[in-house]
Unconditional design. Sequence first.
Length: 198
Amino acid sequence: MNQWDWRTTKAELSVSSLQPQASYWVKRYAPLIPRDGVVLDLACGAGRHAQYLALSGYSVLAVDRDISALQQAHTLRIEPQQLDLEGPNWPLAGRYFSGVVVTNYLYRPFLGELPLMLVEGGILIYETFAQGNGVFGKPSNPDFLLNAGELLAFAANHGLKVLAYEDIYTEDPKPAKIQRICAVKGELKERIPLQFHG
């Protein structure tokens, strides 16, 4: 990974002021991610969370099959990398991260790889659609919807300590059934009081 220029200003980082706002869940729990490593934004899409994390002072590896929207952000604390996340082999084997952020994405064959990539004290922030979302629109295919309690069971099966969890109906940004978790591998490196300003 490239060395980041920490003198980059917030104005320079704001290449995406028109991008959708970062998820409340990500903003709420991102401060728990240790700052001495790299954060993985998995299936990053247009990069709203990569950009939020970069503005918060993190180095970010943003991966997806299409990273064209993030190409201009390459030198701005964000390293975009085009990867096939649903191919026969896990493309991030052997990589380690202080945090893994996943939103609006579910591919179960490689789900178990996420805890393996976390360093001790690393944070998993995961948020995606859950069973019952079909009532409100897409996705409605069960392959892309979390089962009731699935993230809790996932954390327990992989030795992650749950810090926060929700399985809820939300209207923001649109009506949807959402399941989300924040979990740590091992123990938190620092006791950071959580603060959120909307």
